[in-house]
Write a new protein. Sequence first.
Length: 148
Amino acid sequence: MIPRAPFLLGLAGLIPFLWGALTLLVPGLTEWGTDVLGPRFVGPYVQLFYGSVILSFMSGVLWGFATKTDGARAATGYALSVLPALWAFFMTGGGPVSAGTNLIFGFLGLLLLDFAFFRWGLTPDWWMRLRVLLTTVVVLCLSVGVIW
């Protein structure tokens, strides 16, 4: 079972992705959001900026998991942990469609890294249940921005 705090915080972390998708699908929300929040906080723009932040955040999470081991496995863990942040930095330019597509690949790659750290016994036992759920929603929301 996923503990309550990480589950609720993980769900709350989906809000910018869901909001971005909704503002693409519901024109009235786009207008309202642009008027009230500004153009950076609607459509793909909120998703792309927030997605880059989250990939960087997850690099830090993986780095923390790498501290739970030593030797070659720790070195591998540290090296792998920086990949999501580097991916976000280098791959989110070039417009909303290519940036959104690259974020989708970044989150899917992150899920593979999550699984590796899980298999190495460095994560909580509930980690993959949470990560699969969150990644699925993120990828679906980013797909709206790429397709729409």
